[in-house]
Design a protein around this ligand. Structure first.
Ligand code: CUA
Length: 270
């Protein structure tokens, strides 16, 4: 059977679809319609910069490969010509595999630096620490109070219905001035260390404006430093599927002036 005389629509449709796909995808990113809110930390800016670099590299690879595919589909469509067989080209394979490896390893190394800047930091003695305890399906934030010390916690005394969701031990005087609240308040332009804990399953702490998404893992205390540079209220959500109430597990982070923060601490979190 000779199909060579007929002009098939398929290659035109397929190539057209490829071009459309590239145009639509590029539009989604370039239009900025789905861009995240602006970062409020230096680390957040560095992470955005890293993201943009990765996106640029991936965009070049995506656009050129998809348009290349569209061109090949169109250029080598069946119009009755003789079929050529190719076993590939080892030199070319080696070349683009090496280029890809070098580019992505370099991006990974650069990204590691942005990541480490929020995590592997030197010890600072007068750093303010705030404990973030997550449990199904709530956040609790604990401030050490004027003595600067967290009181002892006793898992046997955990009882949210009695107003002691963390199990603060009343026998320990260091805990008498601890402040436990369901909303996070931090001072603007000052570094604080958040200590992430979980009382049951793995939860998460995600604030888009911080570009921070950190798991809270049972049995671990994970320290992360944050220095927010813009006063405002930001939503905190849990992004680990942690049970039936997961979709409701959220709270707020208030970044306030140092005066407001002092007032907040003085009032015991009211
Ligand atoms: Cu906690 Cu989802």
């Amino acid at each position: 059977m000779n199909t060579g005389n007929k002009t098939s629509l398929a290659p035109f449709l397929l190539a057209g679809l490829q071009v459309l796909l590239v145009a639509a995808t590029t539009y989604v990113f370039l239009s900025g319609k789905y861009a995240p809110p602006a970062p409020i930390t230096e680390v957040g800016v560095a992470i955005d910069h890293q993201y943009d670099m990765t996106l640029l590299v991936v965009a070049v690879a995506f656009i050129s490969s998809q348009l290349g595919l569209a061109y090949v589909v169109f250029r080598y469509r069946d119009h009755g010509q003789k079929v050529l067989f190719s076993r590939g080209n080892n030199t070319l394979e080696l070349l683009w595999t090496s280029i890809t490896a070098v580019v992505f390893v370099a991006l990974g190394l650069l990204g590691g630096r942005a990541w480490a800047n929020s995590r592997n930091l030197p010890a600072t003695p007068d750093l303010m620490r705030i404990e973030v305890t997550e449990a199904q399906f709530a956040f609790n934030f604990r401030y050490p109070g004027p003595d600067g010390k967290f009181g002892r916690i006793d898992p046997k005394q955990v009882d949210a219905s009695l107003g002691n969701p963390l199990g603060l031990d009343p026998a320990d005087p260091a805990g008498a001035d601890d402040v436990v609240v369901p909303t996070l308040t931090i001072p603007v332009d000052r570094e604080v260390e958040l200590l992430f804990r979980s009382q049951d399953v793995i939860h998460n702490f995600f604030v888009r404006e911080l570009r921070l998404q950190q798991d809270a893992v049972p049995g671990l205390i994970v320290p992360i430093r944050v220095k927010a540079e813009k006063v405002g209220r930001y939503e905190v959500v849990c992004t680990q599927l942690c049970g039936l109430g997961h979709s409701n597990m959220h709270t707020y982070m208030d970044v306030v002036s140092s005066t407001d923060f002092a007032a907040f601490l003085k009032s015991g979190g009211q």
